[in-house]
Design a protein around this ligand. Structure first.
Ligand code: PLP
Length: 363
């Protein structure tokens, strides 16, 4: 039985998986329509010449920019396509006018490779305060801090890679703007899952996760003219992928973006309720956290290598999840977790299968 009312539709619009796919936070499964659009463009490139084919499909890319910008609350002219979220961040840090030793405040759940980018440029990085043990930013404490000190910018990893905690991005933006501080949002795990129209100055993300678009396509969206998006868009690109990305966004819109977000949150709640305590694995997020990402901390005495081995064992038994290694959120702790991230087509039996395997793994 599908957990979501949209499950049947989602299932019917793509090939049946060979495995139990609970790994959308890594990459979702694209629909038949997305794959058809990507391949159709590749055929057009071959039949007409790649540059001619690109010119002839420019209105599709314009539509993709419009749809994406609407999800973020920006203007279509502010969108630039890149290859991935990280490549969008790199481009931003290259072209944005930042002082040499900028100060950036980040969430305690910040994605490790983003921190590497800041550190490589000599930025001074500070974690914003969190008081509830989950890494969620405490906005009262932040408001207080901003009265005394202002960083050059705040970087919000809206949902991280190591837990399903949703940061209060809109509230952070409101407080930061009141203090005259710009906000950049990493929406790689957020777009499609939660409302990304937060008022942030710059938002970037990727196609292949919760939007279920193709791999190799990312984006950056700029709210005003502090940066010219055309400067940062890669000119040589996987145009077919960008078209497929636009198709994926349109599909999601046809389901109703708000409805998809609600259903994904309900899937997260169902998953956490079903798996908490099974085989002594413990759910990390509050049960009603509004995201479809669930992370499980291992039974007492387990090492990180045991979690990695559990992920491999599950894979060999046909269940795809991620080992959430500590490098994904180095400010949040040093433990690996098992990350479960189903999309709309998850069935209760998939989670039963996972629960059974977790129960059988005593080592
Ligand atoms: C929170 C977060 N930010 C950024 C990224 C990087 O995305 P990409 O692999 O598209 O560069 C990821 C990838 O998993 C992520 O989870």
């Amino acid at each position: 039985m599908y957990i979501s009312e949209l499950g049947e539709l989602w299932h019917r619009s793509r090939v049946a998986p060979d495995i139990v796919h609970l790994d959308s936070a890594a990459a979702s499964r694209s629909s038949d329509a997305v794959i058809a659009e990507v391949t159709a463009h590749l055929w057009r490139e071959s039949a007409r010449g790649a540059y001619v084919a690109a010119e002839q499909t420019s209105e599709r890319l314009d539509r993709a920019r419009r749809d994406l910008a609407a999800m973020i609350g920006h203007q279509p002219g502010g969108i630039a396509f890149r290859e991935s979220a990280l490549s969008a961040l790199r481009a931003l840090l290259t072209y944005w006018n930042m002082p040499l030793s900028a100060t950036v405040w980040v969430c305690p759940t910040e994605y490790g490779p983003n921190l590497d980018q800041f550190e490589r440029r000599g930025y001074s990085v500070h974690a914003m305060p969190s008081t509830d043990g989950t890494g969620r930013v405490n906005t009262d404490a932040l408001e207080n801090m901003l009265q005394f000190e202002q960083p050059d910018f705040i970087h919000v990893c809206h949902i991280g890679s190591h837990s399903g905690i949703v940061q209060p991005a809109a509230k952070i933006v409101e407080l930061a703007h009141r203090a005259g501080v710009a906000v950049v949002v990493d929406a790689a795990q957020a777009i499609g899952q939660v409302d990304c129209a937060t008022g942030a100055d710059i938002v970037y993300g990727t196609s292949r996760k919760w939007l279920a678009g193709p791999r190799g396509v990312g984006f950056i969206s700029v709210r005003d003219d502090s940066l010219h998006p055309v400067e940062i868009e890669s000119s040589e690109a996987f145009i077919a992928g960008r078209i497929g990305f636009g198709t994926a966004v349109q599909e999601l819109q046809s389901y109703g973006l708000e409805r998809v977000r609600r259903e994904l949150a309900a899937i997260g709640e169902y998953t956490r309720t079903r798996l908490d305590g099974v085989g002594s694995w413990e759910v990390v997020e509050p049960v009603d956290e509004p995201s479809a990402i669930t992370t499980l901390a291992p039974p007492p005495g387990w090492q990180d290598s045991d979690v990695a081995a559990a992920r491999e064992a599950l894979r060999s038994r046909g269940i795809l999840v991620t080992c959430g290694d500590a490098w994904r959120a180095p400010l949040a702790g040093e433990r690996s977790v098992l990350r479960i991230s189903p999309h709309l087509d998850v069935e209760d039996t998939h989670l039963d299968d996972l629960a059974r395997e977790l129960l059988s793994m005593g080592w």
